[in-house]
Design a binder for this molecule. Structure first.
Ligand SMILES: Nc1ncnc2c1ncn2[C@@H]1O[C@H](COP(=O)(O)OP(=O)(O)O)[C@@H](O)[C@H]1O
Ligand SMILES: [Mg+2]
Length: 463
């Protein structure tokens, strides 16, 4: 299975490496060929020069014939000419091509070392050299050496043949290397792609090899692994949440059904029936509130929950809340203390701010004993409106503190239900504050009380 990515990578590699290889090979080839040819030419010249050396020692018929005889046995040939260019001795028939190479006029000024007079091994039938014979400072003749070009061509052909074989082997090796390399690079990618595809169909129980690689691919794999476990986590959270909702809905519905059954009994007096109908009404109101709150939270999640912030004098707003809650507080004999300098202003949605305060004060009241005091204070701190709500109530265990803002989370499950809580109040508070770009923190000591601290944007007057 060759995929697009490995094909692309392989092609780029291949073209690039081929260019480099062709370049290297052609340089090597040209150098080798010219070396080989030079060697053959030098060899021919050296052979001619050694004949010449012998002839310079004894320039007579016997030696002349002897030299010629030696060359008849060899692949090379010799022609020895005299002072005027006449042929004195030869090892082969002087063909037309050979005679053309013997140019007496031009041979007179050749230095004693001799020279190559024909090196066109590709086109000419012979390569040839010339070595002058000088005795007592006088030029007495020339030794011409010939070698058929075939010999050189054969050498070069052999070289070419070897180059072709090595070249083909190199191409093959390159292809194999590239294939392995691209597999090595792209296989993990393909694997990751398959895994993410499986993830998109809802599967989160995946395992990717992440430990063996410390490179970017390994990092990508572990990022995907993390993503998968986070998805798994989200899925579990969602399931938990749904289960919680189901539970929250089921409990009041059970009550409603039970009381409805009782209220329907014919033996009941009007007074009793009225009592059960009141309970029914209360339960259904609570249920309505729960659904309303869940709906609000769902809208906040989808960012469909709009706030309309404006410049608000917090004291006015806080006084309104306090006035509204006074009867309830009086009933439970809990004091409410408001400390608010007039300069405190915040850029908030007034409705939502009231909602926050109602939730916090409701919680504080629920957990405060009779005779306790709940304090609300507010002040400006570097352009930020800070509001504290503290109570002298039961407090929250430290280990529970991280969860109290979670949806449907209640510290004391049974008691809270009895007092009408469903664990959505603080979740809503947190969401509203988040929508305002504010912050909320909590500090609590078991048995001593709890303080919620809010920071809200101060708005235009305070930067
Ligand atoms: N002022 C407080 N004192 C003690 N416990 C508190 C206080 N405020 C909140 N809590 C705890 O945090 C939990 C979550 O609060 P909240 O989200 O308002 O839910 P509930 O519907 O129970 O009021 C409550 O069940 C309660 O146990
Ligand atoms: Mg509450």
């Amino acid at each position: 299975m060759l995929n697009k990515l490995s094909l692309k990578v392989a092609l780029i590699f291949f073209v690039f490496i081929m260019i480099v290889e062709v370049l290297l090979f052609s340089v090597l080839y040209t150098n080798l060929v010219s070396n080989q040819v030079d060697e053959v030419l030098e060899g021919l010249l050296a052979r001619g020069s050694s004949h010449r050396d012998v002839l310079e020692k004894s320039f007579d018929d016997i030696t002349l014939n002897h030299v010629a005889l030696m060359e008849t046995e060899a692949a090379t040939d010799v022609i020895i000419t005299g002072k005027n260019g006449e042929v004195l001795s030869k090892s082969t028939e002087a063909t037309k091509e050979i005679i053309q190479l013997i140019d007496h006029e031009n041979s007179i000024n050749v230095s004693h070392a001799g020279k190559v007079i024909e090196d066109r091994w590709r086109t000419a039938p012979y390569i040839a050299t010339l070595s002058p014979i000088v005795i007592d400072g006088e030029l007495v003749g020339q030794v011409y050496m010939f070698s058929p070009s075939d010999a050189v061509q054969n050498v070069v052909n052999e070289l070419t043949r070897q180059f072709v074989i090595i070249g083909l082997l190199t191409v093959l090796l390159t292809i194999i290397t590239i294939f392995i390399l691209t597999r090595f690079l792209t296989l993990p990618l393909i694997h990751m792609k398959q895994v993410t595809e499986r993830m998109s169909t809802g599967e989160t129980d995946i395992s990717l090899e992440t430990t063996s690689r410390k490179d970017e691919l390994g990092e990508l794999a572990s990022a995907i692994q993390t993503l998968a476990s986070e998805l798994e986590h989200l899925k579990r959270d969602r399931n938990d949440f749904l289960a919680n909702i189901a539970h929250e809905l089921r409990t009041p519905l059970t009550y409603i059904k039970g009381y409805a059954d009782i209220a329907g009994r014919s033996s009941l007096s009007m007074e009793e029936r009225g009592h059960y109908l009141d309970i029914l009404k209360e339960e259904s109101e609570q249920l309505t509130l729960l659904v309303k709150n869940l709906f609000a939270l769902a809208k906040m999640d989808q960012n469909q929950f709009s706030i309309a912030p404006e410049q608000v004098k917090l004291c006015d707003s806080l006084e309104k809340v306090v006035k509204r809650l006074h009867p309830v507080f009086d009933e439970k004999k809990v004091m409410l203390d408001l400390n608010c300098p007039m300069n405190v202003e915040a850029f908030v949605d007034p409705e939502r701010f009231q909602q926050i305060m109602l939730n916090l004060l409701d919680n504080a009241l629920k957990h405060s004993p009779a005779g306790a005091t709940i304090r609300i204070s507010s002040e400006m701190q570097q352009g930020v409106a800070v509001v504290h709500v503290s109570d002298e109530g039961s407090g929250i265990p430290v280990e529970e503190l991280p969860f109290i803002f979670d949806r449907l989370y209640r510290v004391d499950k049974s008691r809270s239900r009895a007092s009408g809580g469903s664990g959505l109040g603080l979740a809503i508070v947190k969401e509203i504050i988040r929508l305002h770009d504010g912050k909320i923190n909590v500090k609590s000591r078991l048995g001593e009380g709890t303080t919620f601290m809010m920071e809200l944007p101060g708005g235009k007057n305070n930067g």
